[in-house]
Ligand binder design. Structure first.
Ligand code: HPA
Length: 277
């Protein structure tokens, strides 16, 4: 057993008293989107610092706790506070909570994030379901010895985002009259925001949105055989020929404004999603 696996098992073990007789749905809360779990009921909040070996948060807009409880009629484990490469966390550290979720039986994870729009059709406050991504971080959580019972050495990435969940999200958005774009997310290292030239490059590469999170978690979840649904709250739109500064306070504020709509959408999706295996 690798050292990482031993630590994940120990972390998961400490949470077992709160685990129910039902497959948990994982939920990762992005920047400014902590309010997503306001509707959660009968939950236990465990500070990250109380979970053995679990990393703790430093980024603005992030708490640092795991919430285990009911949402949308399901048993949900929400990660309220996430880890970014730009904070200096290693890809393996960022993958840690996802491994814990999987060890606790989670097979589906819903990931939210705040992202900058690149597609000129997007507006601040819009939502985008991620159909695919471009990993431009230069990092990968699977580098190093492979833990074979967690997943294969070279995981397939033809469908990192579950088509079924994506279709369910689109169908639900339509029936709820929620505007939901679909697009490609470019993951960058940060923390500096993109230059106008980088923005132009990302658009040319086929990205519709750019952000500094999500990719490490998604690769980990795919490696672990989990179904992933990821939705970006578009907090600003970057047009390289009319380039404006993006302030972190505005990004957090705009993400928070999307919270209630995203929450309504995810609640309906989680209610309907079939739990596999
Ligand atoms: N760039 C990168 N990450 C972001 C942005 C952006 O413009 N907005 C929110 N997260």
């Amino acid at each position: 057993m690798t050292e990482m696996k031993a630590k994940v098992e120990e972390a998961a073990e400490s949470l077992r008293p709160y685990i129910r007789d039902e497959q948990p749905v994982g939920l990762v809360l992005g920047t400014g989107l902590g309010t997503l779990v306001e509707a959660m009921e009968h939950y236990v909040a465990v500070p990250y610092g109380d979970i053995p070996h679990h990393p703790v948060c430093t980024a603005p807009g992030h708490q640092g706790r795991m919430l285990l409880g009911e949402w949308a009629g399901r048993f949900v484990i929400a990660l309220d506070g996430r880890f970014h490469l730009y904070e200096g966390y290693t890809p393996k550290t960022i993958s840690f909570p996802i491994r814990v979720l999987r060890t606790l039986g989670t097979k589906m994870v819903v990931i939210s994030n705040a992202a900058g729009g690149l597609n000129p059709d997007f507006k601040a406050g819009d939502l985008m379901v991620i159909a695919d991504h471009i990993n431009l971080t230069g990092q990968n959580p699977l580098v190093g010895a492979n833990q074979d019972d967690w997943g294969v050495r070279f995981p397939d990435m033809t469908e990192p985002y579950s088509k079924n969940l994506l279709e369910l999200a689109e169908k639900t958005a339509l029936s709820e009259a929620i505007k939901l774009h679909k697009g490609v997310y470019a993951g960058v290292l940060g923390p500096s925001l993109e230059t106008a030239a980088e923005t132009r490059f990302l658009k040319m590469a086929g990205a519709d949105a750019v952000g500094m999170s999500t990719i490490m978690e998604v690769i980990t979840a795919v490696h672990a055989g989990m179904d992933v649904l990821a939705i970006s709250a578009i907090t600003n739109v970057n047009l390289p020929d009319c380039y404006r500064p993006a302030e972190i306070e505005d990004i957090i504020r705009t993400a928070a404004l999307s919270g209630p709509t995203l929450s309504r959408l995810l609640e309906k999706v989680i209610k309907q999603c079939p739990l596999t295996g």
